[in-house]
Design a protein. Structure first.
Length: 149
């Protein structure tokens, strides 16, 4: 598994990975605008066959690093790639001098919650009605961890 810091050359790939992982995809324009904001970064990960298989997007500011999105393509799940991405995210956050990691996860996203709990994230807040779609309204849990794990 190889993790690469994304550049503008990775925008199409990032958009494709995001589309494969989420119902509401972020297009190249949205990703470019996000990554142009101060402190924002994306890491792209390949699997054992060197195929692009996952990504994480974060933003660091004032000693904190927020995970904005993370996904592993469906065909590569349950092989440890998600765990590897969280570790890579923490490592990059440390390089950016972050002392705390934060993220939001849907309360009913049990796979992601298990992944984050295993990485040492604990709940520090809950935002009712945070995720809204035509089909559902779901709460977000705010999780925090140290990047020094
Ligand atoms: C959540 C996600 C990133 C996990 O990626 P993954 O590569 O399958 O995760 P890993 O194989 O590294 O799993 C690590 C641990 O997470 C937990 N986990 C992962 N998927 C799980 C599932 N479907 N059910 C229960 N626990 C799960 C387990 O504790 C697992 O450890 P184990 O395999 O030793 O039991 C992936 O399912 C995904 O991309 N989902 C869609 C996008 C998403 O929800 N992103 C998070 C938004 S906050």
């Amino acid at each position: 598994m190889k993790v690469t810091l994304a550049s503008a050359a990775h925008l199409a790939l990032l958009a494709a990975l995001h589309d494969a992982c989420f119902e509401e995809a972020w297009d190249e324009g949205a990703l470019a605008a996000l990554l142009a904001t101060p402190g924002a970064f994306a890491l792209v990960m390949t699997d054992e066959a060197e195929e692009p298989a996952g990504f994480v997007i974060g933003r660091a500011a004032a000693g904190e690093c927020e995970m904005l999105s993370l996904g592993v393509v469906p065909e590569a799940r349950r092989r440890g790639l998600g765990r590897h991405l969280v570790t890579a995210f923490a490592g990059h956050a440390r390089k950016l001098a972050a002392d705390e990691l934060f993220l939001e996860v849907a309360e009913d996203n049990y796979a992601a919650r298990a992944l984050y709990a295993a990485a040492g994230f604990t709940q520090v807040g809950r935002r009712a009605g945070y995720y809204r779609s035509a089909a559902s309204v779901r709460a977000a849990l705010v999780l925090r961890a140290s990047p020094h794990f």
